[in-house]
Design a protein around this ligand. Structure first.
Ligand code: NAD
Length: 349
């Protein structure tokens, strides 16, 4: 019989991609979320609208012999959203994570994966744009991002206690900035790469675009197919302690914009708005432990992933009549670079 998997947050960006991948691999999948995926139908065998802040809904979601839970549901967004909503985000997420862990244990789930974040890392270690890549130990002494980061760090600890006290099989993944098509690109919950792709797509050649911060803040970015591949590998591993999942290709935000402009073949002027939140100054993933545990690390080049993401966002805006038709779009027809296939489950392209 096929392995039975529950993906929470299956209406969201990573959860939706993960469901597609698991279905392609032959799993039986139940998705749960407070909303359906925004841009295409879910591939899940069952999709249930459930508010997972409620314990009884978590028991429902995990009923019926679920072997593995990928717990991706969270109240989250880009830097603007997570900076402005500390109370709501912390309360909502601690309820989801505590109830999902306990319901999974009570219903005899075999393995539980918690999606944590690089936001758990000690802020004092991220003050330089030329940051030393963060190893898993750098989360302590604890000084994570307010709200979202503190909640993730405590939920990580909760997973560790469940493993220690109950022998419950938990996996803890610290994502570093995931991007790709089929993710939110406007409305306040979008992350930097999607927001920047939207701004570039909506701009005309020579226009000015606004970038939050001075543009020198640095990050590493992981394409969603790599993220999904990493998730399935970490679930299959026997590693219980937190593990980074990201790339170690560090870029400044200005460089990221430059790469998107290259895909779009537009020259734009940048206006830096330093009154907007920009998060930590620099953040990169040290993948030493990831390589040791999995013998694998994310490998899709940023240029390739950005091309696919940009073209998808541009197409979405075009469908809504907000940018001109793509018929003679230079990035779509002139480029010699390979484009990633949207539905490629293994990210092999
Ligand atoms: P997303 O916002 O697209 O997906 C999260 C989903 O959770 C949404 O569909 C949302 O509706 C759902 N959700 C929120 N509250 C819920 C509730 N009460 N009950 C049921 N479902 C609820 O975000 P994503 O980018 O897909 O992130 C997935 C996970 O990865 C999250 O836990 C997030 O914190 C973590 N993460 C993501 C990134 C990233 O760069 N995308 C980075 C670090 C960590």
């Amino acid at each position: 019989m096929a392995t039975r998997v529950l993906v929470t947050g299956a209406g969201g960006f990573i959860g939706h991609h993960l469901v597609k991948r698991l279905k392609a691999d032959g799993y039986w999948v139940r998705g749960a979320d407070i909303k359906h995926p925004e841009y295409e139908a879910s591939a899940a065998d069952e999709f249930e609208i459930l508010d997972l802040r409620k314990a009884e809904n978590c028991l429902l979601a995990t009923r019926g012999g679920i072997d593995e839970v990928y717990n991706l549901a969270a109240d989250m967004g880009g830097i603007g959203y997570i900076t402005a909503n500390h109370a709501d985000i912390s309360r909502n997420n601690i309820l989801i994570n505590a109830h999902m862990l306990e319901a999974s244990r009570q219903n005899g789930v075999g393995r539980f994966l918690f999606s944590s974040s690089a936001c758990v890392y000690n802020q004092a270690k991220q003050k330089d744009p030329d940051v030393k890549p963060l190893t898993e130990e750098d989360a302590f002494p604890a000084d994570p991002e307010p709200g979202y980061g503190w909640e993730k760090l405590f939920a990580e600890e909760l997973c560790r206690y469940y493993y220690k006290d109950y022998g419950f099989e938990t996996r803890i993944v610290r994502f570093h900035n995931v991007y790709g098509p089929l993710g939110t690109y406007e409305g306040g919950k979008e992350k930097a790469p999607a927001a920047m792709c939207r701004k570039v797509a909506l701009a005309r050649d020579g226009d000015e675009v606004e970038i939050w911060g001075d543009g020198q803040q640095t990050r590493s970015f992981m394409y969603v197919d790599d993220c999904v591949e990493g998730l399935t590998r970490i679930m299959a591993s026997s590693h219980h302690e937190p593990l980074n999942l990201g790339t170690d290709q560090l870029v400044t935000i200005d460089q990221l914009l430059g790469m998107i402009c290259q895909v779009a073949e537009k020259k734009l002027r940048i206006r830096h708005n330093t009154s907007k939140p920009q998060g930590v100054r620099g953040r990169n993933s040290d993948n030493t432990l990831l390589r040791r545990v999995l013998g694998w690390e994310p490998r899709i080049p940023l240029e390739d992933g950005l091309r696919t993401t940009y073209l998808w966002i541009e197409q979405e805006l075009q469908k809504r009549g907000r940018v001109q038709a793509l018929a003679n779009h230079p990035a779509g027809i002139k480029s010699s670079r390979p484009q990633l296939a949207l539905a490629d489950p293994n990210g092999e392209t």
